[in-house]
Design a protein around this ligand. Structure first.
Ligand SMILES: *Cc1c(COP(=O)(O)O)cnc(C)c1O
Length: 428
C-alpha cells in the first residue's frame, strides 16, 4: 500500500500543527505509523490522498451513524449555508433540535446547545456544582468525558482517595475535587458515598464505556449510581456523547430504562458538524443562565449549519428506527465471524459488543474495567491494526477504542472485513 503522499503531508503538518494533528489519537502514535490524510468519504468508504480506499469503522469517532456524505444531511447543510453561516441570534432550527431531543430522550425537559462534547460535560459539571453548592465530582477510571480540567484526572496512587492530573497544566488543586473509582465497582462507590456523599456534587459516567475500548456496565452498576446520588442529593450525569442516538434512538438512557438528572450529548446529534448539548430535568436546567445563576455561553452555539445537520440526521433516525435492529444484526455478524476466526487460529481475544459498538481486546481474560482493558496485548493490536489497514479496513488506531458500525455498512463490506480478519488471525 502506497501512502507516500500522506507521509509527506504529515511531515508538513508537523511543522505548523503540534504533532501534526488537531486531536492526539489521529497521529497513529500507538500503532507505529503515520496517519492517513483523508481526501473524502462516502457511505461506508473513506479515501486517502494516495488514492487508497478503505471500509471505515471509525465514522469520525461516532457521528457518522448514517454513513459519510449522507445526501439528506449534506443537502440540509448546503441549504442552511446559502442562508447565512451564523447569526448570533436565535433561529427556529435550535428549538426544533431541542424539542426533538426532549421528545425522544427520557429525563430531558430542556436542553442547551454547545459546540463539542467537552463543552457539554464541562458545563454539566458546573451546573451540577452550582445546583448542589458542592464541589466533589466522582468519575470512573477509563471513562473519557472530554478534556476539561476537572475531568482530566486519573486514579491516585495506592490508597489515595482523590485523583491526580492526567495532563500537564491541570493544577493539582483541581484534582482534589475529583474522585476516580474503578468502573463497575459498586462497593467502592458505596464506600465513597458513605464518606463523601454529602459533599458530592455529581457522579458522571459513560453508560457504556467506549473510551477504554467497549466495556459494558454490569447489572446494577448504573442503578446503584442512581440510588446513591438520589439518597445524597447529588446529580447523576449520564455522558451519552458517544452512546446517544446510537445504542437506541433514546440512547443508553432509553435502552436501560435509566433515570438521570443531566445527560450530555455530542457526536451523532451533529451529524458530523461540531456540536454538543446538555439537557436534563427542568428544575436543574433552569439553573443555567440567563434563567439561573450558572453562567455558560457560546458565540457559535446553536449554529444553523450544525442544527440543520442534527435535525436532519435525527429526523431520519426517527423515521427509520429499523436501523437499530439492522446495526445490531451487523454487529452480531461481525462478532461471530471474528470470534470463530480467532478461535480457529488460537488467538486469545475478548470481544465486548453492544449494538453497533464493538472492541476486540487481545487478552484471554474478561474486560470489565480499565485495569482489565490494560491487560491486553497492545503489540499484537499494533500488528493487527496495520495488517487490517493493508487489507483495506480502516480501524481506530488504538486498542482502547470502539469499532463503529453505521447504517451504510453493507454485508459485502462485513464479509470483506471478516475475510481480512481471518487472514490476519493466521499471521498474528
Ligand atoms: C467524544 C467524547 C467526549 C468529548 O467530545 P468532544 O466533542 O471530542 O469534545 C465526551 N464524552 C464521551 C463519552 C465521548 O465519547
Amino acid at each position: 500500500m502506497n501512502t507516500e503522499k500522506s507521509k509527506t503531508a504529515f511531515n508538513k503538518a508537523k511543522k505548523y500543527i503540534p504533532g501534526g494533528v488537531n486531536s492526539p489519537v489521529r497521529a497513529f502514535a500507538s500503532v507505529g505509523t503515520h496517519p492517513l490524510f483523508i481526501a473524502g468519504a462516502n457511505g461506508s468508504r473513506i479515501y486517502d490522498i494516495d488514492g487508497n480506499e478503505f471500509i471505515d469503522y471509525v465514522g469520525s469517532w461516532g457521528p457518522i451513524f448514517l454513513g459519510h456524505a449522507k445526501k439528506c444531511v449534506t443537502d440540509a447543510v448546503k441549504t442552511a449555508a446559502d442562508n447565512g453561516l451564523s447569526f448570533g441570534a436565535p433561529c427556529i432550527a435550535e428549538t426544533e433540535l431541542a424539542q426533538r431531543i426532549c421528545d425522544i430522550v427520557p429525563c430531558v425537559d430542556k436542553v442547551r446547545m454547545v459546540n463539542s462534547g467537552t463543552e457539554a460535560t464541562m458545563s454539566a459539571l458546573r451546573l451540577a456544582r452550582g445546583y448542589t453548592g458542592r464541589d466533589i465530582i466522582i468519575k470512573f477510571e477509563g471513562c473519557y468525558h472530554g478534556h476539561s480540567d476537572s475531568l482530566l484526572i486519573k486514579a491516585g496512587s495506592g490508597a489515595a482517595t482523590f485523583g491526580s492530573a492526567s495532563s500537564a497544566g491541570v493544577p493539582e488543586e483541581f484534582a482534589k475535587y475529583t474522585i476516580v473509582l474503578p468502573y463497575n465497582d459498586v462497593d467502592a462507590l458505596e464506600r465513597t458515598f458513605e464518606k463523601y456523599g454529602n459533599k458530592t456534587a455529581a457522579v458522571i459516567v459513560e453508560p457504556v464505556a467506549g473510551n477504554m475500548g467497549v466495556v459494558l456496565p454490569e447489572n446494577g452498576f448504573l442503578q446503584k449510581i442512581r440510588s446513591l446520588t438520589k439518597k445524597y442529593d447529588s446529580i447523576f450525569i449520564v455522558d451519552e456523547v458517544m452512546t446517544g442516538f446510537r445504542l437506541s434512538l433514546s440512547g443508553a438512557i432509553g435502552l436501560f430504562g435509566l433515570d438521570a438528572d443531566i445527560i450530555t450529548f455530542g457526536k451523532i446529534i451533529g451529524g458530523g458538524m461540531p456540536v454538543g448539548a446538555y439537557g436534563g430535568k427542568k428544575a436543574v436546567m433552569d439553573f443555567v443562565s440567563p434563567s439561573g445563576p450558572v453562567y455558560q455561553a457560546g458565540t457559535l452555539s446553536g449554529n444553523p449549519l450544525a442544527m440543520a445537520a442534527g435535525n436532519t440526521q435525527i429526523k431520519y433516525l426517527q423515521e427509520h428506527t429499523e436501523i437499530y435492529d439492522e446495526v445490531e444484526k451487523k454487529g452480531e455478524y461481525l462478532e461471530k465471524e471474528f470470534k470463530s476466526a480467532a478461535k480457529k487460529n488460537g488467538v486469545d481475544i475478548c470481544i465486548n459488543r453492544i449494538g453497533s459498538m464493538l472492541s476486540i481486546f487481545f487478552t484471554d481474560k474478561a474486560v470489565v474495567d480499565f485495569d482489565s482493558a490494560c491487560g491486553s496485548d497492545t503489540e499484537k493490536f499494533k500488528k493487527y491494526f496495520n495488517e487490517m489497514l493493508r487489507r483495506g479496513i480502516y480501524l481506530a488506531p488504538s486498542q482502547f477504542e470502539s469499532v463503529f458500525l453505521s447504517d451504510a455498512h453493507t454485508y459485502e463490506d462485513l464479509k470483506k472485513t471478516a475475510r481480512a480478519f481471518s487472514e490476519v488471525m493466521k499471521i498474528l
